[in-house]
Design a protein around this ligand. Structure first.
Ligand code: SF4
Ligand code: SF4
Length: 311
């Protein structure tokens, strides 16, 4: 299965607009929105939810007050300050200890060492994930609960489900809207990808972000291409970015001009290529052609070198 992951060093580079355009151009793609902390692909693709599931991503400690002897070991051991002494009860005896759920990181240390076996780890629901239909194909997306963690786990789940959905719908390619940044969710977004397309902007921070993210793709041995969005806002830096990409062994996907049509298309809940075929839309079409060719190449190489495609 061909898997393209579109990533960026930070949010707001136009990554999701590129994914939506590719979805429209591909015709037969499965889509995965792995930007689970700030998912917004659904705003452009208007998915009709077919399945909705809870995401159980972690656990918290719960103390059984009947068993707790108030020995204080859990408070001593907890590095997150989540286990608390509750003082005396009405009878003037030591009250059972309590866990502050928002502070508990679910490490399980207290449950392991409690001499009375009074602590149990209880699974927690951290968000939801969905399988939907869009006008361009099936889509797997998710919503992480407010202030919830474990986004790396949720991203892995979205990737896994998108492969199943792609297989059951006979899709030729999976297009992934990756998580921004370089942390754990991005690594989860990239795992198993045949090609990473890095979207960046012609700014010094864009240049810096590209250097950081290219180290990541290199480390995981994933072929990468770079596309400078709004390249015409600073042609000099756009060239420097492309120079860094070439020196780092990355391909140049193509440039996309600054165009207010991105905002107009968004207001119409459409991708740019559906809204018009001029300006940035033409750039995106060329970018997709280049990416498709590279994707076919990378997939063929992976098959020849025995990596296979997981099918
Ligand atoms: S370690 Fe167990 S018995 Fe001791 S205070 Fe904590 S919960 Fe109670
Ligand atoms: S599970 Fe870990 S973080 Fe939570 S209360 Fe126990 S020791 Fe602290």
């Amino acid at each position: 299965m061909k898997e393209l992951v579109v990533i960026s060093g930070k949010g707001g580079t136009g990554k999701t607009s590129v994914v939506a355009a590719f979805a429209a151009l591909a015709g037969n793609a499965a889509l995965a929105d792995c930007d689970v902390d700030a998912a917004n692909l659904h705003l452009l693709l208007d998915p009709q939810v077919q399945e909705s599931h809870e995401f159980v991503g972690g656990s918290i400690a719960v103390i059984d007050p009947e068993k707790c002897t108030s020995c204080g070991l859990c408070e001593e051991l907890c590095r997150f300050g989540a286990a608390h002494d509750c003082g005396l009860n009405r009878q003037g005896m030591p009250a059972p200890f309590e866990i502050e759920t928002v502070a508990c990181e679910g490490c399980g240390v207290c449950a392991h060492f409690c001499p009375e076996g009074a602590i149990k780890m209880q699974e927690t629901v951290n968000g939801q994930w969905f399988i939907s239909e869009t006008r361009h194909g099936p889509m797997v997306h998710a919503r992480l609960g407010i202030a919830e963690e474990n986004s790396g786990k949720l991203v892995s789940l979205v990737r896994e489900k998108s492969r199943e959905v792609a297989a059951s719908h006979g899709c030729g390619v999976i297009i992934v809207d990756g998580s921004p940044g370089i942390g754990c969710p991005v690594i989860a977004s990239l795992t198993g990808a045949k090609l990473a397309l890095i979207i960046t902007e012609p700014t010094l921070s864009g240049l810096h972000d590209l250097q950081r993210i290219s180290e990541l793709t290199k480390h995981f041995g994933i072929p990468a291409m770079v596309s400078v969005n709004k390249y015409d806002l600073n042609g000099d830096i756009a060239e420097r970015i492309e120079g860094v990409a070439r020196d780092g062994g990355m391909g140049i996907g193509g440039r996309v001009r600054y165009d207010p049509v991105f905002t107009k298309a968004m207001l119409h809940r459409q991708s740019v290529v559906e809204y018009t075929d001029k300006g940035a839309s033409a750039d995106l079409r060329m970018l997709w052609d280049t990416v498709q060719a590279q994707l076919a190449d990378s997939s063929a190489q992976a098959t020849t070198t025995g990596e296979g495609d997981g099918k």
